[in-house]
Design a protein around this ligand. Structure first.
Ligand SMILES: Cc1cc2nc3c(=O)[nH]c(=O)nc-3n(C[C@H](O)[C@H](O)[C@H](O)COP(=O)(O)O)c2cc1C
Length: 214
C-alpha cells in the first residue's frame, strides 16, 4: 500500500539508520525513473545517476566522508549542541547529531548508493548547476519513501569532491552532486519538523505572513 503524495512529502525525513538488506533491483529502477522524470534546464538532460553497490568503492568514499566530518563539519555540530540549553529542542538536536554520526560511520553499509551527477564539461560547475540535478534527487528521495525505503540527501563528500569522483571512476567533466544512500530503514518514518508556515511563506511583501484566508 503506497502512501499518497502529500503524506509521502510530509514524512520524507532523512533516514540515516538503514538495514543491510538488499534493495530489489526493480525498486531501484522505479526510483531511477522517478529521478529521470524531474525538471532540468532546457531538458538537456546533461545528468546521470551512478548506482553504486561495490563495497570497496563505498568504503573508500566513506573514509573521505568521515574525514570531512572530523575536519570540517563535526565541530560545528558539537559547538551548537554545547551552546543549547537543556530541554526538548536540545534532546532532538542531540538525536539528529547522533544520527548524522551514525550515517557517517556506516555510510558504506547502505546496500546501494545513488550518486547524482552532472556533466559539467571542461568549465566545471557554475552556481546554477545544482538546479538541474537536485530536482532529480528530490524525486528519488520521494520515490524511495513511497516504496518504504529510507534515504538521505548527502553532499558532504563534495568537500573532497575531486578525490571522491576519482574513486567513483567518473569520467572527466562529470561531477557528483549528491550521494543518496538507500536501504530499508531501521526506524519508522515520521513527520518532518519545520518552523510554522508563517516563517516560510510571505504574502505580497516579505515579512507579511501568508494565510490561506488572505
Ligand atoms: C544540500 C543538502 C545537503 C545535505 N547533506 C547532508 C549530509 O552530507 N549528511 C547528512 O546526514 N544529511 C545531509 N542533508 C540532510 C539534512 O541534514 C536534512 O534534510 C535536514 O536536517 C532536515 O531533516 P529532515 O529532512 O529529516 O527533516 C543534506 C540536505 C541538503 C538539502
Amino acid at each position: 500500500m503506497q502512501a499518497g503524495l502529500f503524506d509521502t512529502i510530509s514524512t520524507m525525513r532523512a533516514m540515516r539508520r538503514l538495514k543491510p538488506d538488499l534493495v530489489p533491483e526493480d525498486l531501484i529502477e522505479k526510483i531511477l525513473r522517478a529521478g529521470q522524470a524531474a525538471p532540468n534546464g532546457g531538458n538537456t538532460q546533461e545528468w546521470g545517476v551512478l548506482v553504486v553497490r561495490d563495497e570497496a568503492v563505498k568504503q573508500a568514499v566513506q573514509v573521505l566522508y568521515q574525514k570531512a566530518y572530523d575536519e570540517y563539519v563535526g565541530g560545528g555540530y558539537a559547538a551548537r549542541l554545547a551552546a543549547m540549553p537543556g530541554g526538548d529542542e536540545r534532546d532532538r538536536y542531540a538525536r539528529q547529531v547522533a544520527a548524522v554520526e551514525h550515517l557517517t560511520r556506516n555510510y558504506h553499509k547502505a546496500p546501494v548508493w545513488l550518486v547524482a551527477c552532472l556533466k559539467v564539461g571542461p568549465r566545471g560547475a557554475n552556481p546554477m548547476s545544482g538546479a538541474s540535478i537536485y530536482p532529480a534527487v528530490q524525486n528519488m528521495l520521494l520515490a524511495a519513501r513511497a516504496l518504504g525505503l529510507g534515504a538521505t540527501l548527502t553532499t558532504r563528500h563534495m568537500i573532497f569532491g575531486d578525490e571522491v569522483d576519482a574513486i567513483l571512476g567518473l569520467p572527466e567533466g562529470v561531477k557528483s552532486f549528491a550521494i543518496v544512500p538507500v536501504g530499508y530503514p531501521e526506524g519508522r518514518f515520521g513527520p518532518v519538523r519545520r518552523e510554522p508556515l508563517e516563517s516560510f511563506a510571505h504574502d505580497g511583501e516579505w515579512g507579511k505572513p501568508f494565510t490561506a484566508a488572505g
